[in-house]
Design a protein around this ligand. Structure first.
Ligand SMILES: Cc1cc2nc3c(=O)[nH]c(=O)nc-3n(C[C@H](O)[C@H](O)[C@H](O)COP(=O)(O)O)c2cc1C
Length: 332
């Protein structure tokens, strides 16, 4: 027997799980509303938390909200309900990015593995060096399948292609350093955690080591190459990079890409893998075009995911569920 939606801790637990998702610069650009009458969560954009310079079209915002939507679905399923989602359900209300209705559990088979719920709490970006241990082929296939279930494609390029993609990322990283608007935008979010309210911003963990050779150009959130953070030959020599691709490049595709990113990341976590993201080249239109699959293949690159075995990343702060749950509309 299900409790009614407003009983107990279901809304708060689900929103806690949703906000544990990754977001660009940890901006957490989402808000929620709950309509008890229709047992529906509304997932809304928080445009005031968008990145005007880094993400003018809001593509990365949609990816972030998509990731949060996947967590919400996993948490709803964990509570014993079936999550039935609709993306962009109201053209006249563009800030409403998705609705998720809680249907009876018998209505649908589970859409994902049950252990993804535990992975929500264990998943953190790990920007530390990984070992050279390769990913077994069966795992690559499972990760590809997770992306496919969400309407995206996961592509593991060969080493030569990987080196080309990382070269484009290094170029984006250089541009980000000299673009004062983007550099100060990134810095503002990095330093949010020094504000009196500690539950926003990025942890000191983002200020970890950087590859001096730029062979693996992790994002420098301070947009400065601090010499004391530069290390030589510590990062994996043959990085495993997966490219997330969607067929089209509309708002709904960005939301699908975000769900696919998070489904892949949670599954990777359940298998003991670590990940961090390399999104820099996606923020420059010419570089993004060069990232897209080689001629003859269709699609739009949405994310570069670095995968491997290595140390766990540190948890970063989140806004409290109550701060992002706008209103609970009571049952009438
Ligand atoms: C659209 C998007 C772009 C991101 N870009 C990067 C990136 O380029 N480099 C990076 O290290 N992390 C990137 N991240 C990860 C966020 O910085 C990270 O999710 C956030 O700081 C919260 O930390 P957590 O992943 O450990 O929970 C990105 C996340 C999203 C959703």
């Amino acid at each position: 027997m299900h409790s009614t939606l407003l009983d107990g801790v279901i809304p708060e637990t689900c929103v806690s799980a949703a906000v544990a998702a990754p977001s660009i610069h940890n901006t957490q650009p989402w808000r929620f509303r709950l309509d008890a009458e229709s047992s529906t969560f509304q997932v809304r954009a928080a445009p005031e938390r968008g990145l005007r310079h880094t993400d003018p079209a809001g593509r990365a915002l949609h990816l972030s909200v998509g990731a949060c939507l996947l967590n919400l679905r996993v948490a709803i399923a964990h509570s014993g309900w079936s999550p039935v989602r609709r993306l962009l359900p109201a053209p006249e209300d563009p800030g409403l990015l998705a609705v998720v209705r809680l249907a009876g559990s018998a209505a649908r088979p589970t859409e994902h593995r049950a252990d993804l719920y535990e992975a929500i709490w264990r998943r953190h970006s790990s920007r530390l060096p990984f070992s050279g241990r390769p990913l077994p082929p069966y795992l690559r296939n499972e990760l590809r399948e997770a992306a496919r279930l969400e309407g995206a494609r996961l592509w593991f390029p060969d080493p030569i292609e990987t080196a080309r993609l990382l070269h484009l990322t290094a170029e984006a990283e250089r541009r980000n350093r000299i673009d004062t608007d983007r550099a100060s935008e990134s810095n503002r979010w990095v330093h949010r955690d020094l504000e009196p309210n500690p539950d926003v911003g990025l942890p000191q963990a983002v200020l970890g080591p950087q590859d001096a050779s730029e062979h693996l150009p992790l994002r420098d959130f301070t947009a400065q190459r601090h010499t004391e953070r530069l290390v030589v030959r510590l990062f994996e020599a043959a990085p495993v990079i997966a490219v997330l691709i969607t067929e089209h490049d509309r708002r709904a595709d960005w939301l699908r890409a975000g769900q696919a990113l998070q489904h892949v990341w949670l599954l990777a976590t359940a298998h003991g893998l670590r990940a961090s993201l390399l999104h820099q080249a996606l923020e420059w239109p010419d570089l993004r075009r060069s990232l897209s699959p080689t001629p003859g293949r269709t699609g739009h690159a949405q994310m570069l995911i670095r995968l491997g075995y290595g140390p766990e990343g540190a948890a970063s702060p989140r806004r409290a569920p109550r701060a992002v749950l706008d209103e609970v509309l009571p049952s009438r």
